[in-house]
Design a protein around this ligand. Structure first.
Ligand code: GCV
Length: 845
């Protein structure tokens, strides 16, 4: 009865609105709570009760967690220890406290943990304090998933470096706002050039990260601000480190290479200059005097306009080593990024062999072994920049005498900015499982970054996360599965995307089998769908690379020095990266892999345009030409996205309304934007190649009424740039910023029920209002305020980044009646409209 009462009282929180702040650490009641509770001891023994120690934190989490999950109130241990207890601490603390207990020491390495549940006794022991906390979180996760039975777990991390990077600026403004490529609101650390007075969110972030085994956070943008080194800001950083410390999370810092000049008043930042070396040693000493457990530094040098050692004719190793040496007496690490390229030298018209992808190996290969032992080279997974599909960076196979870490991106910069659902773990898994065949021996990427393949002691993972003040952290509830999976895969690379997703869903949304199934279906379909509608065959995410990296703009890839080229012309497409005829990039891989990528026949087709320049008429293994594959894939991917909102809707009532609505809003938006992607890409290549779609879809939209063909009053026709971002290249905008526009037409479609879709543009320069009428009766009214509601980067233009669709379902339409859109501009936003689609029910186009 007690149990029933407990469930009635606590079970209510199942449907209580949730804002996402606790993410997967909700400690929500589980269905089999009574049975589980009976298996858990009621006494808690915490082997270090010092406030702020990770073991003490572990004790608190266990108390709070078990109370929430199974309604158990743990009692602290009195003078005499009961025979059955839940004990948490380090192995050493346990042996100290229990000198007579016979105990087989588990084989633990740094941060590892051991859990034994046996005969009503639970022991959670870490190799160190952090490990004990990890063990406590693991145990709570097991109980949350409905398992408190006898078991033994010994778990060690594969790699010592399991960091996250935040690209947080010290203040809002500039081109990137508070967090560069962040879509979850302003920085949780910085505000107005200083460290926030209230760091509650920093502590909560550390808690989440500790629960997935992350041991350090680099808190500021790699495009670093030198003023972070002021004494006042160093004090602030120490406060962040204090907020992290109870969770065993260390603080790391990005440095601006030119700080000696920018902040220190020196005339140079040359790493060989004595005053520069002294400057950095002084900085490091000052930081460690405030933060004795600081993790170390992260350095972006000679990249995208950032200064670096090459500026002073020194090598990248000279630069990295300078920082590393200052850190050595403190045990700190220097993470040095391999994202080094000089866009000023890249010109695609001058040279067929020019290739940004070649840069990392060219710069770093010859430096292998020349780095201090506490330098780790942080390498983006692919040779360009977080694209929807890239081959593994060949640099991983070149650094055999230097530790390396893989840089993954949890924030979805090129992958839909959390406004599109894209579950990334399947992509990471493919990358980590890739065998580079160094010296023709098994050389899985996961074994390289774990240090196993080349016997490295310092190596691992860096994930760019970019959470913000939004209660959902990343701006989207479902996007949090990426963060969870990142931590779990960095701990154990064999973690499966499906498995970890199921675990995350249970912890985040509860045990309902349908909820778990739906989130699995959506998430597992999401990366393939996004790849299909954004850029397939290895051509890259065909997004707008000159603006917000959002929405379609295939033309922006070429004709500029950023090197994300596709070399698409009227007949052919793709980068020839072969050794024999192209940029030579394929030859940067070990011979077996190089040979595979060198030939069209042996290159996996999902990367064929990454490695080869081919005619649109080249026939793929499927029997389709490249151009037809493009058309079909874009139609297929966007069709999959149409199913997402419908699948999600089946969960109504099964999860709290707040999260249900939040996710639905985004999935509906994504479905509309997937159509924008599909049409833009297909029309762009149709226009380039002149080859029609065999199925006659591209360029033919029989259900559409183009806004420019309607009767316009107060609206005028606008030629959209790029042309493919509008249906038939044109849209309408109000004639000025203060006059309402009216676009009307007479419906020629047969009478019946339709889904009425309106494609419009929601720029971040105002909040226009649109009204849709059928025969003067209002069908719907909406506002262009996505800039406040969706989190993606704000964009000012009328293009594929702002193109949006709203659909009114099941509307009775009569032939001969009038359809009218009334647009009221606001600010600089001229209520733009592209077209209206009258879609027979069930059809999307
Ligand atoms: C932090 C890409 C991103 C930049 C980022 C850079 C990097 O170019 O667009 O925002 O800068 O990578 O990783 O340094």
């Amino acid at each position: 009865m007690k149990g029933v009462l407990w469930l009635l009282v606590f079970g209510a929180s199942f449907v209580v609105a949730e804002d996402g702040l606790n993410a997967w650490l909700r400690y929500a009641p589980v269905p089999n709570a009574d049975a589980l509770r009976a298996q858990i001891p009621t006494t808690l023994v915490v082997l270090n009760t010092t406030e702020g120690s990770p073991v003490n934190t572990a004790g608190k989490e266990l108390s709070q967690g078990l109370k929430g999950i199974v309604g158990l109130r743990l009692a602290p241990c009195g003078k005499s220890r009961p025979r059955q207890a839940l004990t948490v601490g380090t192995v050493a603390q346990f042996l100290d406290a229990n000198p007579t207990v016979r105990f087989d020491l588990p084989e633990l390495i740094n941060d590892g943990f051991y859990i034994s549940v046996s005969g009503g006794n639970v022991r959670i022991l870490g190799q160190n304090e952090r490990g004990a906390l990890y063990g406590a979180f693991h145990y709570l996760s097991l109980v949350s998933q409905g398992n408190a039975s006898d078991l033994v777990v010994t778990s060690n991390p594969e790699a010592p470096v399991r960091w996250v990077n935040q690209w947080d600026n010290m203040q809002d403004g500039g081109t990137h706002g508070s967090v560069e490529r962040g879509y979850g609101g302003p920085s949780i650390f910085f505000w107005q050039g200083r460290i926030r007075p209230d760091l509650t969110r920093a502590g909560q972030y550390a808690r989440l990260l500790a629960s997935i085994g992350i041991n350090a956070v680099v808190v500021n943008n790699v495009n670093a601000n030198a003023t972070l080194l002021s004494p006042e800001n160093m004090d602030g950083l120490a406060r962040i480190a204090n907020a992290f410390r109870p969770y065993g999370v260390q603080l790391g810092l990005s440095l601006n290479f030119a700080s000696p000049e920018l902040y220190g008043g020196l005339h140079t930042s040359d790493p060989f200059d004595k005053s520069v070396i002294a400057f950095w040693q002084n900085v490091t000493d000052n930081l460690y005097s405030r933060i004795p457990d600081m993790a170390g530094y992260l350095v972006k040098a000679n990249s995208e306009g950032q200064p670096g050692p090459l500026t002073y004719n020194r090598t990248l190793a000279d630069g990295a080593n300078m920082f590393a040496r200052t850190l050595q007496k403190y045990g700190g690490i220097c993470m040095f990024r391999a994202f080094v390229y000089d866009y000023r030298t890249l010109n695609q018209t001058l040279s067929w062999k020019a290739d940004r992808a070649n840069a990392a190996v060219e710069y770093f290969d010859k430096l292998d072994g020349k780095f201090e032992p506490n330098v780790v080279i942080q390498i983006k997974y692919g040779p360009i920049d977080f694209q929807v599909r890239e081959p593994v960076s060949p640099l991983f196979s070149h650094l055999q005498n230097t530790g390396s870490a893989i840089e993954l991106q949890i924030t979805q910069e090129y992958l839909g900015q959390q406004a599109h659902l894209v579950y990334l773990a399947p992509m990471w898994k493919e990358l980590l499982d890739f065998d580079l065949r160094v010296e023709s021996k098994p050389s899985k990427l996961s074994d390289i970054v774990s240090g196993k393949r080349f016997n490295q002691t310092l190596s691992g993972y860096a994930g760019v996360v970019n959470v913000g003040m939004n209660s959902t952290w990343l701006g989207s509830h479902l996007a949090m599965s990426n963060l969870y999976a990142y931590g779990k895969m960095a701990w154990t690379s064999s973690t499966t995307p499906e498995g970890v997703l199921g675990e995350w869903t249970k912890l985040t949304f509860g045990h309902d089998a349908q909820v778990i199934d739906v989130i699995k279906r959506l998430s597992m379909a999401s990366w393939p769908a996004y790849e299909d509608y954004s850029g397939n065959l290895g051509v890259q995410t065909l997004t707008d690379i000159l603006n917000a990296h959002y929405g379609p703009n295939p033309g922006s890839q070429d004709g500029n020095p950023w090197g994300q080229w596709t070399r698409a012309d009227a007949f052919s497409i793709g980068m020839d990266r072969t050794d024999k005829n192209g940029t030579g990039f394929a030859g940067q891989y070990p011979p077996e892999v190089a040979a595979m990528y060198e030939e069209v026949e042996t290159t996996p087709e999902n990367l064929i345009l990454w490695f080869h320049h081919l005619p649109y008429t080249h026939v793929l293994k499927s029997g389709k030409t490249i151009i037809q594959h493009f058309y079909d894939a874009h139609y297929r991917g966007s069709a999959v996205a149409q199913t997402f909102p419908e699948i999600w809707k089946t969960l109504k009532g099964k999860i709290d309304q707040e999260r249900f609505d939040h996710v639905l809003f985004r999935l509906v938006y994504q479905a509309g934007h997937a159509i924008v992607w599909r049409d833009s890409i297909c029309n762009f290549y149709f226009n380039k190649s002149g080859i029609p779609d065999e199925l006659g879809r591209v360029g033919n939209y029989r259900y559409r009424i183009e806004a420019e063909n309607m009767d316009l009053k107060g609206y005028k026709i606008y030629n959209v740039q790029p042309f493919e971002a509008a249906s038939k290249g044109r849209a309408i905008v109000t004639v000025n910023n203060s006059t309402q526009g009216i676009a009307s037409t007479t419906i020629s479609a047969e009478s019946g029920k339709y889904d009425v879709a309106v494609n419009y543009y929601d720029q971040a320069i105002g909040n226009s209002t649109w009204e849709l009428y059928l025969d003067d009766s209002l069908v719907g009214r909406w506002k262009g305020d996505l800039e406040y509601t969706i989190g993606k980067a704000p964009v000012f233009y009328i293009d594929g980044q702002t193109a949006t669709r709203i659909t009114f379902k099941g509307i009775q339409v009569t032939k001969g009646s009038s359809l009218k859109i009334v647009g009221t501009p606001d600010g600089m936003e001229p209520a733009p409209v592209d077209y209206v689609s009258l879609l027979p029910e069930g059809l999307v186009d």
